[in-house]
Design a protein around this ligand. Structure first.
Ligand code: C5P
Length: 405
């Protein structure tokens, strides 16, 4: 399910350099099949023109409460009644102050005040200089606005247009779109603490070489993102992959299977759900050379001996909390053939209530996948779809099976 499809978003821009990011945000939201109605303050129009935003949103932009285009001449009422959400991005320090005071002397703050608050949420992506952000007046105003029911999406940290560095940058357009989608996600995992492994592991041969596999980590990262959107607190133990951390997810980077086990053991006491999506190397070289193994010119090739890695999933599944039903364990199986048979056998061998099978070579590195869910009752297919959609479906399946905390 594309959580933004069919949603009608009123995107309000107040004044700030980050207005340029709003153009990209409109593209992302419309690409996700949301409709976007842009409303700009006068200050925002100093930074970006309504022409650009009209072209990108495909709708006339509103900028004045005196705009006579609506038949009833009440843009603030019409715009706010049609919205599934009002999103202010960028939300300036001044605009937060206006919201805190309930000011309504221009269209954007007027429609925020006029919106039916119980069914039209207000989300804010603040953007300002770090000193303005840290100022007690801004923080006081923001706390008031949040207490009044608005959702603060938070700010980024880094280089600012003014040349300073710190908190207060507006989130990137992709992060805001992700937050908005998460906002609309059903909160099926509220109160759950999810621990998930993802990606490959890397088993060193010497300081410059090692053995790994083709797992991209995309499925595990998608599940982490979907679970967080569904209200879970998520810790993601990630092997070596170059994927951005989903917003609101705590990430622990690891390299080898033994590192991964250590990280999981450090977290499993607090978890209520464990999902093992990582493609953990089954074996590692018995010896990890301290220095690079050199060719000696004789043509002799080194031989490698292997030892078995610990089975992280099996260990977690056998832990007392998992056995007592306090920790719900989900395993994955990447197979190349006979998926159902292998998945059923693996479920029994690992001792987990739910095992998710997929065809490894058909999905490694891809953005889509097809899943086969195997449990004590039987099996169910989740047909080919994007990993993000499948992750949402899997999260919904897990929510029906695991105990509410
Ligand atoms: O044994 P196999 O690798 O086929 O099992 C796959 C499942 O077990 C996956 O969920 C994977 O994350 C997990 N696993 C593990 N530790 C290992 C090997 C696999 O957690 N050493």
């Amino acid at each position: 399910m594309n959580l933004l499809a069919g949603k009608h978003i009123v995107l309000g821009l107040s004044g700030g350099v980050a207005c340029y990011k709003a153009a990209e945000l409109v593209r992302l939201l419309t690409r996700a099949q949301a409709t976007v109605q842009v409303v700009m303050t006068e200050a925002a129009q100093q930074f970006i023109t309504p022409v650009t935003l009209q072209a990108l949103s495909g709708r006339p932009v509103y900028g004045s409460q005196w705009d006579a285009r609506p038949d009833n001449n009440m843009a603030h009422i019409n715009l706010s009644r049609q919205a599934d959400a009002v999103l202010i991005a960028p939300c300036s320090a001044d605009f937060i102050a206006r919201l805190a005071q309930g000011r309504c002397d221009e269209l954007l703050s007027l429609l925020c005040l006029a919106r039916p608050a119980e069914r039209v949420p207000l989300l804010l992506a603040p953007a300002m200089n770090r000193e303005m952000w840290a100022h007690p007046a801004t923080q006081r105003n923001l706390a008031q606005v949040v207490q009044d029911g608005a959702v603060n999406l938070g700010v980024g940290c880094g280089e600012q247009a003014c040349g300073e560095t710190g908190d207060g940058r507006m989130l990137e357009a992709e992060e805001i779109a992700e937050e908005l989608a998460a906002f609309f996600s059903p909160k099926l995992l509220t109160g759950q603490r999810l621990l998930i492994t993802a990606g490959p592991t890397f088993e060193a041969i010497d300081p410059v070489r090692g053995i790994t596999n083709l797992s991209s980590g995309k499925m595990g990262f998608a599940i982490a993102r979907a679970a967080r959107a569904a209200g879970a607190q998520v810790t993601l133990v990630a092997g070596p992959v170059h994927l951005p951390t989903p917003r609101g997810v705590r990430r622990i980077n690891v390299v080898s299977a033994r590192n991964m086990l250590e990280a999981v053991e450090g977290q499993w006491d607090a978890a209520s759900i464990f999902i093992a999506t990582a493609a953990v190397a089954d074996w590692r070289p018995a010896h990890n050379a301290e220095h690079k193994i050199k060719k000696d010119g004789s043509g002799a090739v080194p031989s490698l001996n292997f030892v078995e890695n610990p089975d992280i999933l099996a260990r977690v599944a056998q832990s007392p909390r998992a056995q007592a039903g306090e920790l719900f364990c989900v395993g994955f199986a990447a197979e190349s053939e006979n998926l159902l048979q292998h998945a059923q056998a693996k479920r029994a061998r690992k001792g987990v209530p739910l095992l998710v099978g997929n065809i490894g070579p058909a999905t490694f590195g891809q953005d889509d996948n097809a899943l086969l869910l195997v449990d004590a009752q039987g099996h169910r297919e989740l047909p080919r779809a994007s990993k993000q959609i499948l992750a949402q479906q899997l999260v919904a399946e897990i929510a029906t099976r695991c105990r509410r905390p």
